[in-house]
Design a protein around this ligand. Structure first.
Ligand SMILES: O=C[C@H](O)COP(=O)(O)O
Length: 254
């Protein structure tokens, strides 16, 4: 049985001291425990070490994720961060292929696939994002579009431990817009993603991969998504920037 994942993507928000404050606040909110929910926070790269220290000092029940990585080990790649660097500050998860990375910074499916392979070599769990634009959804091609993206993003991956690979389905039109997909919309695509994984990797693997919904998820609507068979949690942007609202979402997933 898959356990739930609640992941907070802080995006380009929070200075170092603000990130430490948010992590401490979340640790206090979650003091009572999180059951078997995998709770993850993804601060900006410069805040990772500070949040790692809070997690260690407070014995906080959440894990650390980066928001991006490069697929080379080291070298002349100005501005990039390698998997070893993430490992060295205690990141055990990393978001890849977020639509903001794809849209603003030209990240391709090929990049996403290379990043996943490299992260997994380092024992870091990828949270690999996929999702369609409004144009694709209005043309009724969203299921086909997302499943093709997942096929390319997962090509050649070793998913023998499917708990070490997470997919986040994020319809681009629902991100930060206040427009939320319905729970049925999310289930339609998350179910199709799972069937695609079953075709490529076999049913057992497909049954073990956690698939999250992302896009204007908040305390008031997350319960509806979590009731769906193929939705195993949420990747949360805006509502993860306040300790109390994110903690409420974690409790909804328990
Ligand atoms: O990574 C998180 C998603 O992009 C969702 O962001 P949002 O919850 O602010 O819509």
């Amino acid at each position: 049985m898959r356990n739930h994942v609640m992941a907070g993507n802080w995006k380009m928000n929070k200075t170092f001291s603000e990130a430490v404050e948010l992590a401490s606040g979340l640790a206090a909110e979650l003091k009572g425990g999180v059951g078997d929910v995998d709770v993850i926070v993804a601060p900006p790269a410069v805040d990772l070490k500070g949040v790692a220290e809070v997690i260690e000092q407070e014995q906080a029940p959440f894990a650390l994720s980066a928001q991006n990585v490069y697929f080379e080990e080291s070298g002349a790649y100005t501005g990039e961060t390698s998997p070893s660097m993430l490992e060295s500050v205690g990141a055990t998860y990393c978001i890849i292929g977020h639509s903001e990375r794809r849209g603003y910074f030209g990240e391709t499916d090929e990049d996403v696939n290379k990043k996943a392979k490299k992260l997994m070599e380092h024992g870091i769990v990828p949270i690999s994002c996929c999702g369609e634009s409004l144009e694709v959804r209005e043309a009724g091609k969203h299921v086909e579009f997302v499943c093709d993206q997942v096929r390319r993003d997962t090509e050649g991956l070793d998913l023998s431990d499917p708990s070490k690979y997470i997919i986040a389905y994020e319809p681009i039109w629902a991100i930060g817009t206040g427009k939320t997909a319905t729970a049925d919309d999310a289930e339609e695509v998350c179910g199709a993603i799972r069937r695609t994984l079953a075709e490529v990797f076999g049913q057992e693997t497909a049954d073990g991969v956690r698939i999250l919904y992302g896009g204007s998820a908040k305390p008031g609507n997350v319960g509806g998504f979590l009731e769906k068979d193929d939705v195993d949690g949420a990747l949360v942007g805006g509502a993860s920037l306040k300790a109390d609202s994110f903690a409420e979402m974690v409790r909804a997933a328990m």
